[in-house]
Design a protein around this ligand. Structure first.
Ligand SMILES: Nc1nc2c(ncn2[C@@H]2O[C@H](COP(=O)(O)OP(=O)(O)OP(=O)(O)O)[C@@H](O)[C@H]2O)c(=O)[nH]1
Ligand SMILES: [Mg+2]
Length: 256
């Protein structure tokens, strides 16, 4: 397989032809046919003025687009910074404006998988901007904040939005972030497990502050996408739910 070099340019999204089923009921994560990103993702119109912090010069075999979504303040940017740089952005909360991305290449069973991770703004006023970016996403990490009940209550609305705007074979994972703040917990893990089970979503609790399950979430996504794209018959089928259940710390996942 040829090796490609990561692009430093910022990209937008291309319209896709399919969307998730319109049904509002439980939606299983379907085994599908994820398509790797082309060398230069065919993203839509560039957004002048928005900072791009993507980049990296690592070689890769296959690339995928991953999006972080969820209410403002749940920790999407912090989760990405934790995964990319191993650091935590403590202190003043600076809400993301528009959309931005970072690249990270992870090794999955000897294959270099580039994740182009798009960090969306959770604020309602940017929703129309971020909608367009769903369409060529291969995976979505849907976050809520375990210390903020409202952010959990929004999950149903986010799922509806995903059904409307994302591809029907998108890989979806539910993450309850800020699990380090045990004293302030407002969402029981069991409630999130039930929601995840109802929708057939893999689920974990994470902490961008401590790093709990952060690498695991992205690695699991990379493994799932790589498996879908290569479909090597000799390889045992990768099972996302089983993987995070086995590897997760203080976490669980749910099957329908
Ligand atoms: N205790 C704790 N605080 C966190 C964690 N993740 C994020 N935070 C804090 O939560 C606040 C919001 O984090 P962001 O990552 O900026 O939130 P966001 O989801 O990107 O918000 P928008 O950009 O507005 O959509 C910041 O003050 C972070 O320091 C975590 O895992 N634990
Ligand atoms: Mg942000």
């Amino acid at each position: 397989m040829s090796r490609k070099k990561t692009s430093k340019s910022k990209a937008g999204s291309a319209p896709a032809t399919s969307a998730l089923p319109a049904a509002n009921g439980p939606r299983p994560v379907r085994p599908g046919t994820a398509r790797p990103c082309p060398e230069a993702p065919p993203n839509g119109p560039p957004q002048p003025g928005w900072s791009s912090i993507g980049g990296g010069g690592d070689f890769y075999d296959v690339a995928f687009k991953v999006m972080l979504v969820g209410d403002s303040g749940v920790g999407k940017t912090c989760l990405l910074v934790r995964f990319k740089d191993g650091a935590f952005l403590a202190g003043t909360f600076i809400s993301t404006v528009g959309i931005d991305f970072r690249n990270k290449v992870v090794d999955v069973d000897g294959m270099k998988v580039k994740l182009q991770i798009w960090d969306t703004a959770g604020q309602e006023r940017f929703r129309s901007v971020t909608h367009a970016y769903y369409r060529d996403a291969h995976a979505l990490l849907l976050l809520y904040d375990v210390t903020n009940k409202a952010s959990f209550d929004s999950i149903q609305a986010w799922l509806t939005e995903i059904q409307e705007h994302a591809q029907d074979d998108v890989v979806l994972m539910l993450l309850g972030n800020k699990v380090d703040s045990a004293q302030e917990r407002a969402v029981k893990r069991e409630d999130a497990e039930k929601l995840a089970k109802d929708y057939g979503l893999p689920f974990m609790e994470t902490s961008a502050k401590t790093g709990l399950n952060v690498d695991l979430a992205f690695t699991a996504i990379a493994k799932e996408l790589k498996q879908r794209s290569t479909k090597a018959p000799s390889e045992p089928r990768f099972r996302l739910h089983d993987y995070i259940k086995r590897e997760g710390r203080g976490s669980s996942c749910c099957r329908p």
